[in-house]
Design a protein around this ligand. Sequence first.
Ligand code: HEC
Ligand code: HEC
Length: 155
Amino acid sequence: MNHIKQAATGLATLLMGLAHAQVSVPIPAFTPYTQQCNVCHFAYPPGMLPAASWKKLMDAMPQHFTGQVMMNIDTQEEISKWLQANAGTFALVAEEPPQNRITQSAWWTKIHMNNPKVPAAVWKKPSVAKGSSCVTCHQTAAKGEYNAKSVQVPK
Ligand code: HEC
Ligand code: HEC
């Protein structure tokens, strides 16, 4: 699928260290996903986790981190299948991160941790928490755009 290729190219380019990479990881439209998963946090791009992580994460519902996510079992299955079908297939995303967290992926921590653009104190702010609120800093994350130009780190 085209968007997966785009995501693959975006992230691969980025980690090869090329400057001004246009990083795009689009979120394909799927109403059940938006309705159930764009509630407590923004709906993460399926391409940022491997299929096995999405399956584990969805199988673990309704217990979901510090929250409880209740939904009809058919909807849960439907979202799980859709996430797996649209999961990241490129090398960087192949490895299952701890806790099925994007923010525990090697590529994510490499970009964000010990980055002078994000002082350590910023990670303690409630609006930033563990980094899972991508939209706090990436103004265009909901559109799947993560290029460095649209980043605004809260003071
Ligand atoms: C009731 C609120 C709630 C709903 C609804 C919800 N989540 Fe979450 N989600 C959370 C909380 C709380 C966390 C942990 C946040 C943290 O510790 O930074 C989280 C974290 C995550 C993470 C890990 C983020 C990271 O990389 O650290 C993923 C992936 C995720 N949710 C996917 C989903 C999916 C898929 C759905 C829809 C089926 C969903 N969430 C619906 C509350 C919710
Ligand atoms: C506290 C602010 C902050 C949060 C929260 C945050 N990021 Fe970032 N992110 C940055 C900064 C700053 C950069 C730019 C790094 C650089 O230019 O050195 C960046 C860069 C990126 C890039 C590479 C963009 C490029 O063009 O180089 C990706 C992809 C990305 N972030 C994804 C995410 C995702 C996904 C989340 C949520 C799970 C997230 N970020 C949460 C601050 C943040």
